[in-house]
Structures are given as C-alpha cells and as structure tokens.
Design a protein around this ligand. Structure first.
Ligand SMILES: C[S@@+](CC[C@H](N)C(=O)[O-])C[C@H]1O[C@@H](n2cnc3c(N)ncnc32)[C@H](O)[C@@H]1O
Length: 183
C-alpha cells in the first residue's frame, strides 16, 4: 500500500484515520527510539494503519519479542495480515478492548498513532486508562500528535510525560513518551 492508497483510505474514513499521510520515516524513528533491540519485549501497537510503524518495530525487536496490533479499519487489517512474521498478531478490534487481551502489568511498550483528537472523550480516556493498566512498572506509552491537545490527559494518567517535536513529517508532529515512573 503506497501513500496514495493510504490517502484514499483516509478520505473514506477521515474521522477514524485522522491523517492524510502515513507517518514519515523520521517520525517513526523518533517515536520508537527508546525501545531496545537486545531484550525480549511484549509490545502493543494501537492504530497501525497499513503498517509503517509495525514494520519498523518488527525490524527493531529481538527474535523472541512479540508485537500485537489493534486496528479497526478492515482494509488496513487485510494489509497487516500480509506481513509474514511469527512475532506479529493482528487483532481486528478497537484499542478500547486492550484489557480483554492483556493482563495487568504484562506489556513493556504501547505505541500509539491513534488520532486521539478525533476520538470521543470517554473512549479516549478508556484507551489511555487501559494502556496504563496493561503496562508494567517502568513501561512506556508512546504517542504522536499534530498538536498538544491531549498533553493534559496524558499528564493526568502518567507520572512522567516528556514531549519532543519533529518537522520532518506532514504535518510536523509532537511525540509523547509517558511512563508510570517506576522501574
Ligand atoms: C493516523 S492513522 C495512523 C496510521 C499509521 N500507524 C501511521 O502512523 O501512519 C490512525 C489509525 O488508527 C486507526 N484507529 C482509529 N480508531 C481506532 C481504535 N479505536 N482502535 C484501533 N484503531 C483505531 C485508524 O483506522 C487508522 O488506521
């Protein structure tokens, strides 16, 4: 799936996609920069779309790591299912169902490119609450956003929230790194 196909899919489902182009390689690199390659990890991705972050995660993660992705758009789910990697599990359900799939404190990283600003407040709060619940102490919630609308929500749910910025994306984007602050 190329950028043009992503654009067409985004026009058909703008409220749930919330972007006109997929994340640039520079943004993807910044988003997953803190994830180590040399230890087995349990990683969850929310809103993978056609899989540009998914592929970068699989390239980076160790052979005994696991990646589970949650995506609601059937066209994107079909595309994700063509990725041939035994470490990848594709769940065709919403990110508000995380706690049905993972025990409390069982996940190392939650990587999200969900369009938070387009998601209903109560659903968004539930997704953040469940992400926080499944993360192990010392785990991280990583998210990008085009403006800082949800900084407050993340500050309310995590003990530590740091923000960086890249202009190398269309549009430029902020990256949040959130943790519970316990190692
Ligand atoms: C901005 S696109 C991100 C695509 C790709 N990961 C990227 O960064 O370019 C947001 C994605 O989130 C998905 N999405 C929206 N709401 C969702 C939800 N509640 N649960 C899971 N996926 C969702 C959309 O279908 C879309 O694929």
């Amino acid at each position: 799936m190329n950028n043009w196909t992503f654009f067409r899919e985004a026009l058909k489902n703008f409220r749930s996609t919330g972007a006109i182009a997929r994340a640039s390689p520079a943004l993807v690199k910044r988003l997953i920069n803190s994830i180590p390659s040399n230890v087995p990890l349990r990683v969850v991705e929310l809103g993978p779309g056609e899989g540009c972050i998914t592929r970068a995660l699989l390239d980076k993660m160790s052979p005994d790591s696991r990646l589970t992705v949650f995506e609601i758009n059937p066209a994107f789910v079909g595309r994700l299912r063509t990725i041939d990697d035994p470490r990848l599990v594709v769940e065709p359900v919403g990110a508000e169902r995380l706690t049905e799939h993972f025990a409390k404190g069982s996940v190392d990283y939650v990587v999200s490119s969900l369009p938070l600003s387009m998601i209903e407040q109560s659903v968004k709060e539930e997704i953040i609450r469940q992400s926080q619940e499944i993360l192990r102490p010392g785990g991280q919630f990583l998210q990008y956003q085009y403006a800082l609308q949800d900084y407050g929500l993340l500050k309310d749910n995590f003990n530590s929230v740091s923000v960086s910025f890249t202009i190398a994306n269309l549009p430029p984007a902020f990256v949040y790194s959130c943790s519970l602050g316990m190692l």
